[in-house]
Design a protein around this ligand. Sequence first.
Ligand SMILES: [Zn+2]
Length: 112
Amino acid sequence: MNCKYCQSENVIKYGKYKGVQRYFCKDCKRKFAGIDTIPKMQYPTDQVGRPDIENFEVAMKRDGRNKGIFVGFSFSGEAEKEVRRIEREEGLEIDLVLVSDIVEKQLNGRMK
Ligand SMILES: [Zn+2]
C-alpha cells in the first residue's frame, strides 16, 4: 500500500471506519481509506480505475511485455498515478488511450 497523496511506502494501518481499512502516511501525515477496500460501485463502470491498471500490469508481466496500451472511456486520477508509478518503479510503459480520442482521429482521417 502506497500513500494515496505522495505515493510514499511509509504507511501504517490506522484502524477501520465503517468496515473500510484506513491508513496513515508517516511522510505527509495524511489519512486515507484503502483503495482496494472502497466498493467498486463508487466508480462509474466506464471509468478505468487503479485496480484495472494493476490487473493490466499483472497481465503484461505474465506475457513478458514492457509496453502496453490501455483503451478506456475515461481514466481516474488514481489510474494515471498508477501508470506513472509502474513506469518509474517497474520500467513498464503503459499508454492510456481514450476511446473518444480514437474516434476523433478516425473521423478527422475520413474528412481529409
Ligand atoms: Zn503521504
